[in-house]
Design a protein around this ligand. Sequence first.
Ligand code: C2O
Ligand code: CU
Length: 495
Amino acid sequence: MHPLILLALFPLAEAKGWLSPVYKNFFEFPLPIPPIAKPVKTYDNIDYYEIDIKPVDIEIYPGKKARHVGYNGIVPGPTFKMQQGREAVVRFINHADRANSVHLHGSYSRAPFDGWAEDTTEPGEYKDYYYPNAQAARTLWYHDHAVGHTAENAYYGQAGFYILEDAQKNSLKLPSGDYDIPLALAAKRYNADGTLWDPEANGETTSVFGDVIQVNGQPWPYLAVEPRKYLFRFLDTSISRSFQLYAEADKNVGTRIPFTVIGSDAGLLASPVDTTQLDISMAERWEVVFDFSGYAGQNITLKNTGKVAADDDYDGTDRVMRFMVGNSVSDTSNNGPLPSTLRNVPLPPPKTGVDRKYTFMRSNGEWQVNGVTWADVADRVIAKPERGAVELWELENSSGGWSHPIHIHLIDFQVVGRTGGTRGVLPYEQTALKDVVWLNKNEKVQVLARYGPWDGLYMFHCHNLIHEDHDMMAALNVTALKDLGYDEKTSFIDP
Ligand code: C2O
Ligand code: CU
């Protein structure tokens, strides 16, 4: 159709816009897959890795260079693929120009290796982190956590996948190898010269929603797939943007394609859950099986319906990536029906009666948790659960139009209640263990967890990293040791 006729047909078309320079290359570049990290040395039961944090120029807008800072100079960083029971030490060497602290998000790391915000490594220094890898199979990620600069560091590229595998999951014969693909979402904003719009230099204290949607660092990529099952590991690395994802075949727009959620932040669900929409907020991980077998020769577009704010009217934020389905399958292994039971999820024992309440609020121009900010050093430890205790926490969003994904370090929790907003507990949250929960506008969420396995000080905070830096973060101190009735040294190993 002639463009003028289109214009005439839609004279009142919604006035959308761009914050960044207009992007014209939708679905023209392939999805990059981050390389697998290789150990520098291996010993009997432990591997040693080195990761260089260093600047790199990347072309987001073709022909224009944007400075990033990435793990090993790539964005996202290399993917760690670890086996349960094989420990690791990773030396992170700071060759960037600001301090860093590395958090392995989702790991039961002991306090000195957890990426405490003030435990920073300066340019020219390194720190060795120890990771037990004792947990059951799950999708973790590593990212910066430096005090006051987490958003900036993560935004410029310090984020990557860390995938833990185990024998139980392998026995399920889920799609694997080339059919198991990590998808790191991100939303960023660029300047006219193609460089990143800098949140700190621009004094941003509320959010950077970003209008350039990326997957594994590439704006709006495509992925050539075969007409069979795939396992996608979704992770939202965005600073401030949540997504509500759905998929449509381009020749059948308006009909959402069903897919199946099989895993959450903390590994497999009890059984697969079919859905046509995946809600994913910052730092959440969802493992999802897509079956392309009925779509040979078609294009399927992954779209986003989630508006993050009233003014979220940007061109392009309604699309994420495209799957181009081929006509033949080169490998038919691990392509059978999904097992009806995935695993025995170690959910905490049920409990009623809220033990602690936390309100996430905006007051006096500050982002606060129960009136406290991270800068209130004397008051920021606002929970002291006994090690081994099961507690029910209520998280309340009283900040108006903002949403806050809340991450509690060290533990996995179950989302047992959600009221106040437009959603209840989502079907795929029911048997999920999580380490971050999306607290959307006006929502109140109840989470149940057993505290431990270690004593120590841990952070809990909003994972809108602009909020975290300004200063929506507090600490929990897992302290009073009581008789746990099990061996402390091995208790962190999932059943
Ligand atoms: Cu993903 Cu405290 O962070
Ligand atoms: Cu927040």
